[in-house]
Design a protein around this ligand. Structure first.
Ligand SMILES: Cc1cc2nc3c(=O)[nH]c(=O)nc-3n(C[C@H](O)[C@H](O)[C@H](O)COP(=O)(O)O)c2cc1C
Length: 339
């Protein structure tokens, strides 16, 4: 279990904020499959305080996904504090401050990972948000801006002293983007020196790696990002492994049903035209590694309507199921033979 401030989460696994991906449908899917906590993508504090409708859409939530962590970003302590209050009024169970985003359009405004270069501003932001924040407060950081400034521990201590309830570390420098490997020793080092819970993040692409990160770093929680896209079962599998059980891979019918459910939720949330576009991207991930998936992808790339997309998916899975024997290996082999 993971406790963040006054909140007891049902387990130690956290879905990472992923811009463009962790919308309400995605969050409901991973929550149902075992994630202990889900997070919105980063939301502009300025957009919230200015009442921008487009920004407010990111706060849309549903009881099935609770507790919900809402991540905000911005360079200004007062604006961040007001945004946190707005998010709480709209139902946020946790406020998370983004201090790790390396995207140019974010850092050039003085937000995201830029804050790792200005510890005083980082401190003012966390303090200002803490003063008004009636729910648990967390902060997500990277190791530092660049390898000559490994500030994770220094910033983490500031964040703890300012009253945050937990910290998440993605141990890469902002200048690295996603290149190289996440340096889990930074998570271990931070955990050693902090009293508040430390959530480790970075390169957990399989359920066993979630357990391995916990073992290697003694972190309190593990946050999974890219590893859950196309494989939301990773949470359930990690929980199974943590209980000493074997991780159960999803069968074809389970996979098909989940994709359909994801599509249904997306359509409800954003309407058919936009949902079809998002689905095309997700299908690439959901079918990765399945037999003949590249040929299947070829069939749906030009498809615009939801109905045609569904029927392409249906016939792909029907073929797979026909080919399927008892194990995945046999499925792969028999389908290759059939193709
Ligand atoms: C497409 C994408 C969007 C992301 N959006 C956010 C975001 O909105 N807020 C944030 O703090 N991190 C964001 N991240 C970083 C992830 O939360 C996470 O820290 C990173 O992907 C490393 O974890 P992973 O190796 O498990 O994916 C994003 C990453 C990706 C790939």
């Amino acid at each position: 279990m993971l406790r963040i401030g006054s909140l007891n989460l049902k387990n130690w696994l956290v879905m990472a904020p992923l811009a463009g991906i962790t919308n309400l449908p995605f969050r409901i899917i991973v929550k149902n499959l075992g994630a202990g906590l889900v997070t919105t993508e980063m939301i502009s504090a300025k957009g919230l305080t200015l009442g921008h409708q487009r920004t407010f859409k990111y706060l849309k939530s549903h009881p099935d996904e609770r507790p919900l962590s809402v991540q905000i970003f911005g360079p200004d302590p007062d604006v961040m504090a007001r945004a946190a209050q707005i998010a709480i009024e709209k139902g946020a169970d946790i406020i998370d401050i983004n201090m790790g985003c390396p995207a140019r359009k974010v850092v050039k405004t003085g937000s995201g990972a830029h804050l790792l270069r200005v510890p005083q501003t980082a401190k003012e932001i966390v303090s200002a948000v803490r003063r008004v924040c009636s729910v648990p407060l967390t902060v997500k950081i990277r190791t530092g801006w660049s390898p000559d400034q490994p500030v994770a521990l220094e910033i983490a201590r500031i964040i703890e002293d300012c009253g945050a309830d937990a910290i998440t570390i993605h141990p890469r420098f902002a200048t690295q983007g996603f290149s190289g490997q996440a340096d889990w020793s930074i998570i271990a080092k931070t955990k050693e020196h902090l009293k508040i819970p430390v959530i480790g993040n970075g390169d957990v692409f399989s359920p066993s790696l979630a357990l391995e990160m916990k073992r290697q770093t003694a972190c309190d929680g593990v946050m999974i990002g890219r590893g859950a896209v196309g494989n939301p079962w990773i949470f359930m599998q990690a929980l199974e492994m943590a209980q000493g059980l074997e991780a159960t891979p999803p069968g074809l019918s389970e996979r098909r049903a989940l994709i359909m459910e994801h599509f249904r939720l997306l359509t409800l949330d954003m309407g058919e035209p936009r949902a079809s576009k998002v689905m095309r991207g997700l299908l690439l991930r959901y079918t990765k590694g399945l037999p003949n998936s590249s040929r299947f992808r070829g069939t749906f790339t030009g498809i615009k309507s939801l109905e045609s997309l569904m029927s392409a998916l249906d016939s792909y899975f029907t073929t797979l199921e026909k080919c399927s024997n008892s194990s995945n290996v046999q499925t792969t082999r028999s389908c290759r033979l059939a193709s």
